[in-house]
Design a protein around this ligand. Structure first.
Ligand code: GDP
Length: 424
């Protein structure tokens, strides 16, 4: 069985939380794109964890976790992430973690260039997490990056980094006027943070292919959501990788394998970090109340997230491009304070009512059409069965199923592992 767990919205849907819960039924959990711009929060009996690079299955001793070739890996960050988990008693050995030999290394100068460019853009900035993700993916497609497998050949690596820095310093020093970065310092960084991972480096194509043939169940964990996808999202305010389920087998190293099913994680309201059009955004008191109720501050950056009501138009597009078979509706408990729940049901563009999610040119001028649905206005965080939920909550779920054209199989009513209702 090959399952993808993906985000339907702008990210921060609670994917980490759902992967942590559902990974019980899987042998392998695999991250297939992105880097440490992700911030997956997991709360379980072992504590509260924020995972940036590691797959969320790392918190289960029996799961094998894979970081696929589609990822960009800051090995210094990974070192610290692993140290923090080990301090909390989590075992991480080459048995638990396999890192693709083809995954790209995100270097300190990628982070630097991310910051230099955001600073140059000033009030036109993209709202980057400043963790080097766009620069490293750009270099990947320029074919000027290092991969995890390069760490196995230190002498060749020394030559490669010399050539790369000669080229990279043209931008760092000549374009941005920043002090040039020496190849020696980068080589030292690679040796310090890379060498300890040598035993983890794996050909994930061979590993996952054999695992699948042996009947192992594989869970692919996405980062961010459909609306942040490089092709289908709100470009250019997107991430630099594909967040889409159909990319999962490619980014994991097994493009020849087909997904058995896709679980779309969809949030009961909307949130969005950073810049770009966010049509359903709620401002003022309404926005502040929702942000506080949902504790909407970025896990990776601490930045306050923009919030809005459930966006039917954007979420239906997200459900479509993800090819979701079922949905997991998260954070329904957050709406419990509302007597009336605001829902963005359509966009108005140049006076015309629209229910398709447009590209950025039209999205920039779209206005939300809001309706409201009756709230349940009581605590639902202790509900564990469908029958425990109040009628208004069931109606809200039914509305989402109908408007998305996809069944809601899970309803999450709290951040803890067990705070989830299986609907069928
Ligand atoms: P991810 O990046 O998609 O994994 O999502 P984040 O971890 O950035 O954001 C989700 C946040 O909501 C985390 O703090 C979770 O602990 C929390 N969370 C997830 N599901 C629920 C839920 O159903 N109810 C509540 N109250 N919190 C939730």
């Amino acid at each position: 069985m090959l399952t993808a767990i993906v985000g339907i919205n702008w990210g921060d849907e609670g994917k980490g939380r759902m992967v942590d819960l559902l990974s019980e039924d899987y042998d392998i959990v695999c991250r297939y794109q992105g880097g440490n711009n992700a911030g997956h929060t997991v709360i379980n009996d072992r504590g509260r964890f924020i995972l940036n690079l590691l797959p969320s299955g790392i918190l289960r001793d029996e799961a094998v976790n894979v970081m696929g070739p589609g990822m960009v890996i800051d090995i210094e960050h990974l070192t610290h992430e692993i140290e923090a988990l080990r301090d909390a008693g989590i075992a991480i050995t080459p048995k638990h973690l396999k890192i693709s030999d083809r995954a790209t290394i995100c270097m300190p100068y990628h982070k630097l260039l991310d910051c230099l460019e955001e600073d140059r853009l000033a009030d036109k900035k993209f709202g980057s997490t400043r963790r080097g993700i766009a620069p490293v993916y750009a270099d990947k497609y320029m074919k000027k990056t290092l991969r995890m497998g390069d760490l196995r050949q230190p002498e060749l690596l020394k030559e490669k980094i010399k050539d790369i820095m000669e080229w990279k310093n043209l931008t760092i020093a000549k374009a941005y006027g920043h002090e040039a970065i020496t190849p020696e310092s980068m080589y030292e960084w690679l040796m310090t943070y890379g060498t300890p991972f040598l035993d983890y480096i794996t050909n994930t194509t061979v590993y996952l292919d054999q695992a699948e043939k042996a009947g192992k169940r594989i869970l692919f964990e996405a980062q961010l959501g459909a609306l942040r996808d490089i092709d289908f999202g709100i470009y250019p305010y997107t991430s630099s990788s594909s967040t889409i389920a159909s990319y999962a087998p490619i980014g994991a190293g097994v493009p020849h394998l087909k997904l058995s099913n896709t679980i779309g994680i969809i949030k009961a309201y909307s949130s969005c970090v950073g810049e770009g059009p966010f049509t359903c955004e709620l401002f003022g008191e309404k926005g502040d109340e929702l942000r506080t109720a949902g504790d909407e501050f970025g896990a990776a950056t601490g930045r306050p997230r923009r919030v809005g009501g459930f966006d039917v138009v954007a979420s239906r597009f997200g459900t479509l491009v993800q090819g979701a078979d079922v949905l997991a509706l998260t954070k329904l408990d957050i709406l419990s304070y509302l007597k009336e729940i605001p829902v963005c049901t359509a966009y108005r563009i140049n006076g015309e009512l629209r229910d398709d999610f447009p590209a950025i040119d039209e999205l920039n001028i779209a206005e939300p059409v809001y309706e409201s649905m009756p709230g349940w206005n009581c605590d639902i965080s202790k509900c564990r069965k469908k029958e425990d939920l109040p009628k208004e909550a069931l109606d809200y779920i039914a509305y989402i199923e109908k408007s998305m054209g996809c069944p809601v199989k899970y309803v999450s009513v709290g951040a803890e592992r067990e705070a989830c209702i299986e609907m069928f």
